[in-house]
Design a protein around this ligand. Structure first.
Ligand SMILES: [Zn+2]
Length: 156
């Protein structure tokens, strides 16, 4: 199943990136929390219809998770965000944490770990998800700059 989903993700990302917006346009609002180089290589698409892989798994938790309605989803260095959430800069911070997690773990590695975590701990309790929520929250309450890539690297 991981192989099918990986293939779908690779295809989806290469299909959407030519029409996507570059995260470097968000730099003025991100207070230097992400490096320029990282933002230059990260992309987002604003859409009501976030593409999701078909999963033929029997696992109900997993199926519910994949069909869950969320404001943002990250695949590799590209994330999709709903129009009503696009101005929430902390949501971009959250999805960019996932972009870096994908780049550290690789596509197969990220999927294996994420699916295992969600199956065991549920969506909210999955450590990769908690890391993204905590950093999002730090960004919301802080006015300072902090190096998010170092935090993710240390915690992963
Ligand atoms: Zn998340």
């Amino acid at each position: 199943m991981i192989n099918e989903v990986s293939k779908w993700i690779e295809e989806t990302v290469s299909q959407y990136i030519p029409h996507a917006r570059k995260c470097s346009e968000l730099a003025p609002d991100l207070r230097g929390c992400y490096s320029e180089e990282f933002l230059d290589n990260s992309y987002f698409v604003v859409t009501e219809n976030i593409p999701k892989p078909q999963v033929l798994s029997q696992d109900l938790n997993l199926r519910n998770f994949i069909t869950m309605d969320v404001d943002g989803i990250t695949y590799k260095n590209l994330y999709f965000v709903k129009p009503q959430a696009v101005n929430d800069i902390a949501l971009h911070v959250h999805e960019l944490v996932h972009v870096y997690q994908w780049s550290i773990l690789g596509v197969q590695g990220f999927l294996e770990r994420y699916i295992t975590e969600v199956t065991i701990n549920g969506y909210q309790g999955a450590p990769l998800e908690q890391m993204a929520y905590e950093i999002e929250q730090m960004f919301r309450i802080s006015t300072n700059s902090f190096d998010i890539l170092s935090i993710v690297k240390q915690r992963i």
